[in-house]
Write a protein that binds this ligand. Structure first.
Ligand code: SAM
Ligand code: SF4
Length: 475
């Protein structure tokens, strides 16, 4: 297979994919790490340079516990020194689970006759969003199965609807999308609705493995999916999220696939992915699935740390698929976004809080059922700064992760103050007393840690304005 870094949409040229499985396997086979090599690679990443596929393979092939600890420590250092203590919070909102595809791992697959199919009506979407706003959510990812009904116009309609719903001080300020690949025109339609990130996970980067899990429907076309985010870029969406579903093929291969995808986007569009996701396969309705590639907890933690080192400038998302204990540990390896108060069953944000998960109504089982407030409370206990910030994308500062990473002072100038502003709004509008008192202490500590006295005054002034009823103040 030929290997390209040129753009996908070159007129009259046949489409070529940028993943060469044989190349990845030979890179993995050739990588023989030792202590010096691993140390040099970690240092390179700490010096703010993305790793090559060969260097990443050295890390994936490391098995010495002492060296694995070095890798994790490197990832912790990047998280601590570069990104600091902020964690961005969001919630998924499933809009519809009709699906023409038959992904073997998914509860929504067409052959699952037990799945309860539903598409939220506009009224139900509005009610779900009001319930999410009542919890304090500001950032959503809307999720759709693949179906004619969920065409670009419909996706754009639901995005606009989400932005239009305001309840009390509540509003949704950023809507990301996780949906099937579109044509360039379709991506343009969705972009015009004002989306944040368009996420598409390749599931597995290995072409033959991909074919074995996606036997029917549009998703059976590996190349169409692989080049989806190129079409998004061609449509002017420069904020894209990549991901692999870990457990479908060898995790080392997937990590290199993600790095290759990143290189490709950087080389062709001068901008890497905004986020990387690394879901692991979870239980689902009528799951007809067995795989020798399921990733254990140890390898999962290791691969997150490796991804942090390999692509140090990109946002990393860890969802409620994982239990609290894994999330608590892996946040330290560089995760920047988590979901909170997550519910997957369609229409469930308006239902009572403690309802049991019904797998026939959701895509898979989630393993962290904490409410948004419980998560915020625990983040505050660990002196972390929960953030609902949406300032960069609304001010057109695209590539914010890259700026956080590469522009000296960016985090202190923008990210920390904006995290403080959005946390203050949450504390004023939604938090119970116990969370609120912890939160104001964390805010005060974070203000005190800033050096710029004028900025400190401005933040304190903004907090006064928030307390007297103004909202949505940002730097
Ligand atoms: N239907 C669209 C598609 O396939 O691109 C939207 C994505 S789907 C609703 C969201 C993602 O969930 C999938 O891309 C897949 O990686 C993940 N997923 C599917 N089944 C899963 C399972 N059993 N456990 C964990 N994640 C799963
Ligand atoms: Fe449909 Fe997406 Fe589930 Fe596949 S992963 S069956 S495309 S909803």
């Amino acid at each position: 297979m030929k290997f390209i870094t040129q753009k996908y949409a070159i007129a009259d040229e046949p489409m070529k994919v940028f993943i060469d499985a044989e190349e990845i396997i030979s890179i993995l086979n050739d990588a023989k790490p030792d202590k010096h090599i691993v140390k040099d690679i970690i240092d390179k990443s700490l010096n703010k340079t993305r790793l090559s596929m060969q260097e990443t393979a050295m890390l994936t092939n490391t098995s010495d516990p002492e060296l694995i600890e070095m890798i994790k420590e490197g990832a912790r250092t990047i998280k601590r020194n570069i990104y600091g203590n902020r964690i961005v919070l969001f919630a998924p909102l499933y809009i519809g689970n009709k699906c023409i595809n038959n992904c073997k791992y998914c509860g929504f697959r067409a052959s699952n006759t037990d799945a309860v199919r539903k598409t939220l009506s506009d009224e139900e979407i509005i009610n779900e969003i009001k319930a999410l706003e009542d919890n304090g959510q500001k950032r959503l990812v809307l999720v759709y199965g693949e179906h004619d009904q969920y065409n670009p116009e419909y996706i754009a309609h639901t995005v606009k609807l989400a932005y239009s719903v305001k309840k009390g001080h509540g509003e949704i300020r950023r809507v990301n999308i996780n949906a099937a690949p579109l044509e360039i025109e379709g991506f343009k339609t969705v972009k015009e609705a004002g989306i944040g990130t368009f996420q598409i996970f390749q599931e597995t980067y290995h072409p033959q493995a991909y074919t074995s899990y996606h036997l029917r429907g549009k998703k059976a076309n590996y190349e169409y999916r692989l080049t989806a985010l190129d079409r998004a870029m061609e449509a002017g969406i420069d904020d894209v999220g990549i991901g692999a579903l870990f457990g479908l093929y060898d995790w080392r291969f997937e990590v290199l696939g993600l790095v290759r995808h990143t290189n490709h986007l950087e080389a062709c569009y001068n901008v890497g992915p905004h986020t990387i996701s690394f879901p692991r396969i979870k239980d689902a309705s009528m799951l007809d699935f067995g795989s020798k590639y399921m990733v254990n907890d140890e390898d999962f933690a290791k691969l997150i740390a490796i991804l942090r080192l390999a692509v140090p400038y990109t946002g990393m998302i860890l969802t409620a698929r994982e239990p609290k204990i894994i999330r608590d540990e892996c946040i330290n390896y560089g995760v920047s976004q988590i979901d909170g108060g997550t519910k997957l069953e369609l229409g469930s944000y308006t239902k009572s809080v403690n309802e049991e998960q019904d797998l026939n109504k959701g895509q898979f089982r989630i393993n962290d059922n904490r409410s948004l407030n419980e998560i915020i409370d625990e983040l505050l206990d660990h002196n972390m700064l929960p953030s609902f910030c949406t300032a960069c994308y609304r001010l057109g500062r695209t590539g914010e992760h890259f700026m956080e990473f590469s522009v000296p002072g960016f985090i202190k100038r923008y990210c920390t103050p904006n995290a403080i502003m959005t946390l203050a709004e949450y504390l004023i509008d939604y938090a119970p007393e116990i969370t609120s008192s912890k939160g104001w202490k964390v805010i005060e500590n974070n203000i005190n840690d800033l050096q710029d006295e004028k900025l400190k005054d401005k933040i304190r002034d903004n907090i006064k304005r928030l307390k007297s009823g103004e909202r949505d103040l940002y730097f």
